[in-house]
Write a protein that binds this ligand. Sequence first.
Ligand code: PLP
Length: 375
Amino acid sequence: MLYLDHAATTPLRPEARAAMAPLLGDQFGNPSGVHATARQAKNAIEEARECIAQAIGATHPLEIVFTGGGTEADNLAVLGSSWPERGGIVATAVEHAAVLESARFAEKNGQPVSVVEVDRLGRVSPLDVAAAVDERTAVVSVMMANNETGVVQPVAEIAELVRSLGSRAVIHTDAVQAFASLSVVAGPASPDLISVSAHKIGGPQGVGFLYVRDGVQLEPVVHGGGQELGRRSGTHNVAAIVGLGAAVAATVADRDGYRERVGAARDRFESELRSMVEIQVTSGDAERLASHSHLRFPGVAAETLLVRLDLAGVAAAAGAACHSGAIETSHVLDAMGIAPGVAAESIRFSFGRDDDASSGAAAARIVGDVVRGLS
Ligand code: PLP
């Protein structure tokens, strides 16, 4: 089985599994209590928080808010920062649905929303983002890298430009896909809010965090018992949070090596495949994550190809992650101006931490053979 769908989810890292094991056993406490078992759980959470804060250079561990994953972190960032004064939201057209649907929800409640278009290669222009910002804008949300194409956005430049306009908007970046390969550092020049999800970096599913710069006010989206300083209520998923901490530490420690390995896998995959069949890289020569290979196979239906690849032992993806088993037309490819017929011939392969040039070559041989059989 060649698993080339790491952008959808990744296998659990041994470090995360080992760190989680005691919390799934006799260390089962609810961290909100006062007795020793509760304190043990509380300590485990605070250790994970400190470890993550250190890994991203946050000035204080309490700048890390644990959430139930990347989707919830994005909701908290977009809705939480704009709600207090019903401010405006600026987001790019290629954001994950967690951001775009949050913005749509806010729009239904009367908040102004501006969606900034991207170019043919999926890149947003900092000037276009700046032009969409006005005095009502409360949050600007631009992802670090796209989940489908892997295209990297100029987030630092956008943050600098928006701030130079004197805008009081907070800057949010969804770093869910980027975290595995790109340096994510919280600091004066960084976004004010950064979303990260555990399961894209070898942690468990259903947990993530939002970095919230000290001083940024957020209205919670999950109300209840006031955990996470009132920013995210609900009993903590202690084992998952500890797994997230271990995954973040391992990811940051191995980032350079990871980038080299997946880059070698992806580049070898594309070069060998190109020698066998016709391919087009969806994002052309735009900067993209080393792990992502979003390709068009002219004349080959992606849906059929995915099924044939699955039968041949290769896991890949088409369109956005399919929620119901059916492949939906990708709003990302649509925003890039890619015709539906072309999008329907496009597939995403995404490499992971155990890949290297030889697995890239092996994948190319199988994919090339399957595509030839369909052409
Ligand atoms: N943002 C991006 C860019 C993603 O790729 C994903 C997951 O596909 C999410 C947010 C949502 O994260 P989660 O699956 O943890 O809810």
